[in-house]
Design a binder for this molecule. Structure first.
Ligand code: PDD
Length: 295
């Protein structure tokens, strides 16, 4: 089987109860993840060898499984053992762990297979490249696109073609992210949550089935609270985004970063703004506290 040249064949992986090398993992072509995108996933950042925000990730994993009527294949401690096992095998301080569950292997038929096959459980880990100085201090470019995805974006589904096409369109235009709008209202980024600053106030789209409840959404709100930054969850129009003082994105791997160019035009004065700077500092401090905390 071909293996991507930019990945380590020896990277640790977990497949259906077995510890293995990434290059040795094999899944049937009849897996429903492969045929239908019928599965869910999580991406968990690891700092100093411990998951950051694990309870939130575990809760969302449980919710995604329930939303697609998949029984949880593991107890909470067993999931944690998968994460810890990967982290210790790769042995780096900072990593990101990927967890995936699909409905398993069955004859191709759209409805759920009866009886239910055992789900396919796959997990791997990779070195976490934290945001660069350039990304932190200059910021990212983004484009605006119509959100063409389904209406259950709250489920962390592996069926990501809508997200993939949006991100690809951004990259093809030299941008890092696509901001998605449904009927002129901001939903989220192709692989991130989006925040808008207006007159010193941090705004973000309310929780809904049209966007993923990122683990960093509650974290950023917590950090804003601690800094005395006013914040509000409300619908945000495209015009408000275009006229924002600051635009930020959050995700497991990008943490929090400023978007300083939108469709080639500067956001605000085109430089990372004061709320970003304060939240970025608070985010770094939260990571530092996590690094120093007793296991
Ligand atoms: N994606 N919205 C979408 C569509 C996402 O794909 C992500 C993250 C987020 C942010 O969620 P969180 O704060 O929990 O990372 C929002 C991950 C990183 C990925 O698919 O690789």
């Amino acid at each position: 089987m071909t293996f991507p040249a930019d990945l380590h064949a020896d990277a640790p992986a977990y497949l259906n109860g077995q510890w293995t090398r990434l290059a040795d993992c094999q899944v049937s072509v009849l897996d429903r993840g492969f045929l239908f995108g019928d599965g869910i996933y999580e991406v968990v950042p690891i700092y100093s060898r411990r998951p950051f925000g694990w309870d939130g990730h575990f809760t969302r994993l449980t919710r995604s499984l329930a939303s697609v009527h998949l029984p949880n294949p593991h107890a909470p401690e067993a999931w944690r053992a998968v994460v810890d096992g990967l982290v210790s095998r790769l042995g780096l301080e900072d990593q990101f762990v990927y967890l995936q569950v699909t409905r398993g292997v069955a004859r191709r038929d759209h409805a759920f297979p009866r009886p239910a096959p055992s789900p396919t459980v796959f997990a791997m880990t990779s070195p976490l490249k934290r945001p660069s100085v350039q990304d932190r201090t200059v910021g990212l470019s983004a484009i605006c696109l119509e959100d063409l995805r389904w209406h259950r974006c709250d489920i962390k589904s592996i069926a990501l073609l809508g997200n993939v096409l949006a991100r690809e369109q951004a990259v093809a235009q030299g941008a890092a992210e696509a901001l998605l709008f449904r009927q002129d209202q901001l939903t989220e980024g192709a692989a991130s949550n989006i925040w808008v600053v207006k007159q010193g106030r941090l705004l973000y789209p309310p929780r809904s089935q049209d966007l993923l409840e990122g683990i960093r959404r509650s974290l950023l709100v917590e950090l804003a609270e601690s800094l005395g930054i006013e914040h509000q969850a409300r619908t945000i129009s495209r015009q408000e985004v275009e006229e924002a003082d600051e635009v930020l994105l959050t995700s497991a791997t990008k943490e929090v970063l400023p978007i300083t160019r939108l469709d080639q035009a500067p956001v605000g004065d085109g430089h990372p703004g004061p709320l970003y700077t304060a939240l970025r500092k608070a985010y770094d401090e939260a990571i530092d506290r996590h690094r120093r905390a007793e296991p």
